[in-house]
Structures are given as C-alpha cells and as structure tokens.
Write a protein that binds this ligand. Structure first.
Ligand SMILES: Cc1cc2nc3c(=O)[nH]c(=O)nc-3n(C[C@H](O)[C@H](O)[C@H](O)COP(=O)(O)O)c2cc1C
Length: 175
C-alpha cells in the first residue's frame, strides 16, 4: 500500500470478524523489528496470544469489559520493554527521561507494528487499559520488563470514520 494511503487507512478497530493466522502474524512481528531504537538496543518484547483456547481465558482475565468486547475474536499481542537499558549508561540514566526512553522505543516499535499489520490487510487496537499484574502472572513476564500495551489484531468487521486530528498550528511551532 502507498504510504499516505496506509497512514490514512489505519484506524483503531473495535469490532473484529476474525483473528490472524500464525504466518501473517510472524511476518508483521518481523517487520515491526525494523523500528529504530536507542543505540539499536531493541528492547521491545512481544507476547502473542493467538490460540482460541488461550485467548478466551486471557482476554477475560486481563481486559476490562469494554476492551474485552472491542477485541472479541481478535488475537492479542502484549508489548513490553526491558527496563534499565535504553537511556542508561552502566546503570545510570543519561538524562532526566530514564526509563521513559524504553517506552519511547516501544512506542516506535508498536507504531511500526500497527502499520505493518494494516499493510498486510489486518487491523489493530492498542489498549492501554489492561491489568498488568494479571498479564505478568499469566504469561510469566519477568519483572525487568515494563508491560505497556495489549494490541488486538485481526480482520475488521467495521469501517469507522477517521477520528479528527488537531490543526497543525495547535501542535507544531515553527522557529
Ligand atoms: C497508548 C494508547 C492507549 C490506548 N488505549 C486504548 C484503550 O484502552 N481502549 C481503546 O478502545 N482505545 C485505546 N486507544 C486507541 C485510541 O483511542 C485511538 O488511537 C485514538 O482515539 C485515535 O483513533 P484512531 O486510532 O482510529 O486514529 C489507545 C491508543 C494508544 C496510542
């Protein structure tokens, strides 16, 4: 897909007709790794929950009802980053942002992921409202990883209108 078309076509989808097959998911996860990262540290981590049996229980345990309903039938990707690495030199933060740089890198990674998904014919919903402790316990995620989002991925069953964006002069200053 042409890039402009791709970024215009991508929208958060809250109704799915189906999930994604394993091979397509693997390709999208591979493409997401092309995202830039601090000193190429690549501290983003993904935990893909894709089998129907696992998904049912997992979705019910880790998502509030509105996100559970929005992501029904979709597969789920939990994204985390390894803490204390990006933005640190020998364990000391290089500036005031500290672990925020890990979150920054993961955001870039996840942006690549959702665009790669759209390009492959799949839609996504990033969900920041989720139960981190329940996710950690179920997937055995180590304590040195910060759990950020759960991303629903699958075939859309709705075509929402584009959500509005602020005017450029509200969010950008030129000097
Ligand atoms: C970090 C982050 C967390 C989000 N969490 C949720 C969520 O928990 N539930 C939800 O329905 N949408 C969530 N969204 C989706 C946003 O509401 C959505 O991206 C925004 O309204 C713009 O719409 P668009 O993605 O269709 O352009 C989240 C988005 C981001 C980037």
């Amino acid at each position: 897909m042409d890039f402009k078309e791709l970024i215009t076509a991508r929208k958060s989808i809250r109704k799915y007709e189906s999930g994604i097959d394993h091979e397509a998911l693997v390709n999208i996860l591979k493409e997401a790794r092309r995202a830039p990262s601090w000193k190429n540290q690549q501290t983003a981590r993904c935990y893909a929950v894709e089998t129907p049996e696992t998904l049912e229980e997992f979705r019910a345990a880790v998502l509030p009802s509105f996100n559970r309903n929005s992501s029904a039938k979709a597969a789920l990707i939990v994204t985390t980053y390894v803490k204390g690495n990006v933005g640190f030199n020998d364990g000391t933060p290089v500036n005031e942002i500290g672990n925020g740089w890990g979150a920054y890198d993961l955001g870039l990674h996840d942006a690549y992921l959702i665009l790669a998904a759209k390009n492959a014919g799949y839609d996504t919903l990033i969900m920041g409202i989720r139960d981190g402790d329940a996710i950690r316990a179920r997937l055995g995620i180590p304590e040195n990883e910060e759990i950020m989002s759960v991303i629903a991925i699958g075939k859309a069953a709705e075509e929402p209108a584009a959500r509005p964006r602020k005017e450029l002069d509200e969010v950008v200053k030129f000097f």
